[in-house]
Ligand binder design. Structure first.
Ligand code: SF4
Length: 275
């Protein structure tokens, strides 16, 4: 069996795109390794995968991996992904977005991609802050937390990305942290196989900004925080909203079936071509 490091290197554009830009201890690398392990284990061909991102620290991920990749404009990963899936439904289309990228500037595209149910495996790396631009408040920054743009504390309530995805119509909604690597890999695998719009929220540490703002001084402290504050979806079922406040509910939150847009679109095209 290949060693993990060798396996990951088989998928990296090591000679062209490195060194990478991520800070030491950032959670994005943990997610990238998990994604590569799942893709390798499940036997997807590199040529069948299209990995698309918008802008932000997580937006750099497709630059480093050897699939078909697109590094697009801020908040627009899902629009490119939708076009690619409709043009070539055979491809495994994956998006990687940050929290600000997906549900602030890309929020409109996010809800409509979920509503249409185009088959896209979408991964949102939620670090509760805009990391690349210097630590500004994002839609998932918790209430009261100080950031570069809210030095007296954030006055906005934070978004629950999973609830938003569920309400918009995503057929698979799940959450993990980068601490829970085995769960993370299971959920990545489910998202890749799901027929329809799948959304996995990945709680990931921004050690440079979010950690400092929240008095979590090291990557280890941040990952310990993820571990100590997580609760499984099964356990959470019997708990009140008050009991769940500040908890990270992990696992599969929604798993349902609905006709996918791209299949209906393909059928329509075939019908028109026969006329
Ligand atoms: Fe990661 Fe934050 Fe550094 Fe960006 S700024 S690479 S999110 S630790």
């Amino acid at each position: 069996m290949r060693e993990t490091t060798h396996l990951v290197h088989e998928y990296l554009r090591s000679s062209k795109r490195f060194p990478h830009i991520w800070c030491a201890g950032c959670g994005i690398g943990i997610f990238m390794h998990a994604l590569i392990r799942v893709i390798d284990r499940e036997g997807y061909s590199k040529d069948d995968i299209v990995l698309i991102s918008g802008i932000g620290c997580s937006g750099r991920l497709p630059v480093y991996v050897d699939f078909n990749t697109l590094h697009t404009t801020h908040g627009r990963a899902l629009t490119f992904a939708t076009g690619i899936k409709l043009a070539n439904p055979r491809l495994k289309v994956i998006t990687v977005m940050g929290d600000g990228d997906a549900v602030a500037i890309g929020g409109n595209h996010f809800i409509h991609a979920a509503r249409r149910n185009v088959e896209i495996a979408s991964f949102i790396l939620n670090n509760n802050v805009y990391g690349m631009t210097g630590g500004q408040t994002s839609p998932t920054t918790p209430y009261g937390v100080k950031t570069t743009s809210s030095p007296y504390g954030n006055l906005e309530p934070d978004f629950d990305i999973c609830r938003l995805a569920e309400a918009a119509g995503a057929v698979l909604v799940a959450r993990s942290t980068v601490y829970h690597t085995q769960l993370l890999e299971r959920l990545i695998s489910m998202a890749l196989k799901k027929k329809g719009f799948a959304m996995l929220e990945v709680i990931s540490q921004c050690t440079t900004y979010a950690g400092r703002f929240r008095q979590l001084k090291s990557p280890v402290e941040m990952m310990k925080w993820q571990k100590d504050n997580s609760i499984t979806a099964e356990k959470a079922k019997g708990m009140s909203d008050a009991e769940l406040e500040d908890k990270i509910v992990i696992g599969v939150l929604v798993d349902r079936e609905r006709p996918s847009y791209h299949e209906q679109y393909s059928r329509l095209l075939n019908k028109k071509n026969k006329v």
